[in-house]
Design a protein around this ligand. Structure first.
Ligand code: UDP
Length: 237
């Protein structure tokens, strides 16, 4: 049963349940970018992202990657395991886009033969600065064993998602993962959706992700719906 709100983020609200080991993650229609400076709403965004995330978590579980996903309670409410979130944004990159092209002399569209794993410290206060293994250990937010495991898991998730999304007609330039601890295990947490991935249509090269909102590239709800049609066609039957 849904109980009091635990935390409300930029796109999701987390609620407690009767069971302290389980939480409800509600995907909302709100959108933010540029550290919350740009804000909006998009119809059905929460629904499409929740369903896409559900499908990708289920697929990862089938491939042997543990996640916090437990099930869906409604169209946009996901039941998840309560985890201790490690405040590191883990970003596997396959094609250069976004911040890596602004911070380094790397041109957008450059294909990385070896995926690049970027770690950022998840902190609005500090502006998500770059993180690495030594800083994480020095800050006491993870051990070397954990950072090694996170890196290996991120590479594996990337491999699985690139292949899966390629079959659906998408390129996956980059995406953001968060990891959490539960019973001394590390699991993939948060969400994997159009808000947290760059997805480019393979034939047109068009963005089908939050860059539509960041850079006013068109109708976000329509693009997210098209992604949902390819990844979770069953919800349109
Ligand atoms: N990302 C995210 N949350 C963040 C920052 C980045 O989900 O707080 C995702 C983003 O959607 C993209 C990838 O991580 O798929 C890499 O983002 P980047 O570092 O390029 O930042 P951006 O230029 O998008 O702000």
């Amino acid at each position: 049963m849904k109980k009091e709100m635990l935390y409300s983020g930029k796109a999701k609200t987390i609620y407690k349940t009767d069971d302290p080991e389980k939480l409800i993650s509600e995907f909302r229609d709100s959108l933010t970018a540029f550290d919350g400076k740009k804000k909006s709403e998009a119809a059905n965004k929460g629904y499409f992202n929740a369903q896409i995330s559900k499908k990708l978590f289920e697929m990862l579980e089938e491939e042997g990657i543990p996640t916090h996903y437990l099930g869906m309670l409604s169209e946009n409410e996901m039941l998840v395991r309560a985890v201790d979130i490690i405040p590191i944004e883990v970003i596997p990159r396959n094609i250069a886009a976004g911040s890596i092209t602004r911070k380094y002399p790397i041109e957008e569209g450059t294909v990385f033969k070896i995926p690049v794993i970027v770690l950022d410290y998840k902190s609005d206060e500090y502006g998500d600065p770059m993180m690495n293994e030594d800083i994480a250990v020095a800050m006491g937010i993870a051990t070397y064993e954990e950072t090694a495991q996170i890196r290996a898991m991120a590479l594996k998730v990337n491999e699985i998602l690139v292949k899966y999304l390629d079959e659906k007609g998408f390129l996956l330039p980059d995406f953001k993962l968060e990891f959490g601890r539960v019973d001394d295990r590390i699991v993939v947490a948060d969400e994997i959706s159009c808000d947290t991935c760059r997805l480019w249509d393979k034939s047109t090269g068009q963005s089908m992700d939050k860059d539509i909102f960041r850079f006013d590239k068109g109708d976000l709800s329509r693009a997210y719906e098209e992604v949902a049609r390819r990844i979770v066609p069953e919800i349109f039957e």
